[in-house]
Design a protein. Structure first.
Length: 169
């Protein structure tokens, strides 16, 4: 069962972690999306890998079971805002890392214009200045659904919500 204070790794390390091309692409993504470290990037890569594995495994199933599993997977990804209304299993297999990184709270906050930089967006989330719906969220890596994306605002209790705050000057 394990010690509850010692959570499992949520990612897999690459076979060649010192590959120059891999390191370059990882650093580019870390800088562009304001990630804390490679661990955050690799956990999203693992999530994408698992979704693709499920999508590929549905091809081997019999007809009715394949349609059921495919429908469940597509509806789950549609709720998350990763594929469109008329998405197919091929769209699931075309998903990239950037699709997931664009759904993170930190990125959504920056793209909505509530932070001046991606790094400031991370700081606002960690310090508890951001509300999704009616709940304060302190995890910049939270993947948002489309409904949650609309509900992202600065907390009314936060001093940053006032327009006379020096951050907005």
């Amino acid at each position: 069962m394990g010690d509850p204070k010692k959570p499992r790794k949520r990612y897999e390390s690459p076979r060649k972690p010192w590959d120059p091309e891999l390191m370059e692409t990882e650093l580019k993504l870390i800088g562009e999306y304001g990630l804390k470290n490679r661990k955050e990037l690799r956990s999203i890569e693992s999530l994408l890998r698992k979704i693709r594995t499920v999508a590929r495994s549905t091809y081997a199933l019999p007809g009715s079971e394949r349609m059921e599993k495919t429908g469940e997977l597509i509806s789950r990804l549609r709720r998350r805002g990763l594929i469109g209304e008329k998405g197919t299993i091929d769209d699931v297999l075309r998903l990239s890392l950037e699709h997931f990184l664009n759904r993170r709270l930190q990125t959504v906050l920056y793209k909505k214009g509530l932070a001046r930089s991606i790094h400031q967006a991370r700081q606002l989330v960690v310090h508890g200045h951001v509300v999704v719906g009616d709940r304060v969220v302190r995890k910049p890596s939270k993947l948002l659904s489309q409904e949650e994306e609309i509900a992202v605002v600065l907390s009314p209790k936060s001093p940053l919500s006032r327009k006379e705050h020096p951050i907005w000057a």
